[in-house]
Design a protein around this ligand. Structure first.
Ligand SMILES: O=C(O)CCC(=O)C(=O)O
Length: 333
């Protein structure tokens, strides 16, 4: 077997799930800023020209609701990818802890715990980095998310839930076991959520690109998702322990085929996952998760590390769940 390449993802000692690093008092927590800072774009979500530039077609919206996902939507220019990657690099380097590191909701330098299967996974970079902050408010992402999030297929107000980083190093980048996102989100309801997965490198089967199981957004257990089968994300096959016969038969994953700067949008129940990165290049991506305005808390526990609880039954809102886009204030139909 080829020896794993030495690189910055590998320091298992630096694995921190719950982050408890102090943040300097003069470091600005960007969760206080509920609109674009101009780090990636000057386009405004209320400009009719911007709306028509990014609005999805009826055919794309129908395809999303038929398959449970829509892939290959261009959301970033090459220049925007470069800006994001410049702010991504310090997060991957254990030698230089970012001053805002303590604001991550979670930071796993290697979620699997195995040096042969390395997956950097973090939540909350929007609080720390202007480019990642602005990604959550970017018209090319927020407008399609608003169009796709509600089964009525009508544009709907969206709030930020959280963001995520997924990075796999060359040659020994880890797998992400098949899962439904809402299995991790049952502390909020009803199910009206959206995941936007943004590729910062071309994704191929060899590089561990994202795959979707078409139609699996209909797989439920009495209105609830499938159970979590591997919290460390390392065991691809674990989901089969909870699938019924017809789900096993319908389990036909399709590669997303994302190119750098493209996004896929997927339903919170769509089963997805990715294989190991065996290629010579890194496979870096970032994710923005939204829910529809009106989604409520279903738990009195804190929603994320460092985030105060939202009382059960209360609407999700406030500093950590900003309103990103309200189509009723625009001409989006
Ligand atoms: O990067 C991956 O392969 C997994 C990403 C994922 O789970 C997601 O985008 O929801």
């Amino acid at each position: 077997m080829e020896p794993p390449a030495a690189n910055s993802y590998d320091n298992n000692e630096a694995t921190v799930g719950v982050v408890s690093v102090p943040v300097p008092s003069d470091f600005r927590d960007l969760s206080l800023d509920h609109c674009s800072l101009g780090a990636l774009s000057t386009e405004s979500l209320s400009d009719p020209g911007v709306l028509s530039k990014y609005q999805l077609s009826v055919e794309q919206v129908d395809r999303f609701w038929r398959d449970g996902y829509l892939s290959n939507v261009r959301v970033l220019s090459e220049e925007q990818c470069e800006k994001i990657l410049a702010e991504y690099e310090p997060f991957m380097d254990p030698g230089q802890l970012h001053p805002g590191h303590g604001l991550f909701y979670e930071f796993h330098r290697n979620q699997s715990g195995s040096p042969d299967n390395v997956l950097l996974h973090a939540l909350g970079q929007w609080r720390i980095s202007p480019a990642f902050h602005d990604l959550c408010f970017l018209p090319s992402i927020a407008i399609p998310a608003s169009q796709l999030i509600h089964e009525s297929k009508k544009p709907t107000s969206i709030r930020l839930w959280h963001d995520q980083l997924f990075a796999k190093p060359p040659h020994h980048g880890g797998v992400v076991a098949w899962h439904q996102d809402y299995s991790y989100w049952t502390r909020t309801k009803p199910i009206c959520h959206m995941t936007v997965h943004i590729a910062l490198d071309d994704q191929t089967v060899e590089s561990g690109g994202l795959h979707f199981v078409p139609g699996s957004h209909r797989w439920q257990r009495n209105g609830m998702p499938l159970p979590i089968t591997d919290p460390k994300f390392g065991d691809m096959e674990s989901i089969f322990s909870v699938l019924n016969d017809s789900e096993r038969e319908g389990f036909k994953p399709v590669p997303s085929g994302l190119k750098r700067g493209e996004a896929s949008f997927h339903h919170p129940l769509t089963v997805h996952g990715s294989f190991a990165n065996k290629s010579a290049g890194p496979r870096r991506s970032t994710v923005v998760n939204y829910f529809a305005d009106g989604v409520c808390s279903d738990s009195d526990e804190p929603m994320m590390n460092g985030v105060p609880p939202v009382a059960k039954g209360e609407k999700m809102a406030g500093q950590f769940f900003p309103l990103v886009f309200d189509p009723s204030c625009t001409q989006l139909t």
